[in-house]
Design a protein. Sequence first.
Lengths: 68, 130
Amino acid sequence: MPKIITNIRRLRFDHNEMTQEDLANKAGCTRQTIIALEQGKYVPSIWLAFQIARAFNVSLEDVFQYEE
Amino acid sequence: MTYKKYRLIWVSATIIMALLVGWSVASGYYWIQVPVLIVYIVTVFPLRKRVKEVWYDERNSIIDLRAQSIASLIFVFLSIGSGATLLYLSLNAYPDLLPIGLTLTGSGCVLALFFNLAKLYISRKMGGKE
């Protein structure tokens, strides 16, 4: 089954240990959604994926990878 | 204002409002309900805009949609199932159960019908052709 891999935890660490709350506020979602994303339990919409990438100032594929 | 603080105020205000409305019904002062409702709306609703943090997003929306869908499905099955049982009993031994049976099966069928009509409407609005 295809899987979406996220680098959110590493990117938060690289961005001065950004908290989940800060990222949620920047991306326009709740902290629970960030937790679910980091645990791989939720696949975000295109809109949210772009918002998260924008919050880290990186491209979409730096945050999410599609694995067959 | 944090979301937790907002929820605390909202729950407290709702309990106070419910107590006042209950007291007004019990004591016969029905007119109190109108000012209570106005004060509640004027104080609680503007507070929502003062919550700075994000507290509702697409994941919550999907959770709500799935929960509503499952709740509707359970209601449809339970009401039609129990309604049909009551209708069967009303035909054989308990004629008093006929209106309850008809109400239950009818409400279940109407909910299923509205659910499918709403689904069709939203699907067409979002570009689908089903």
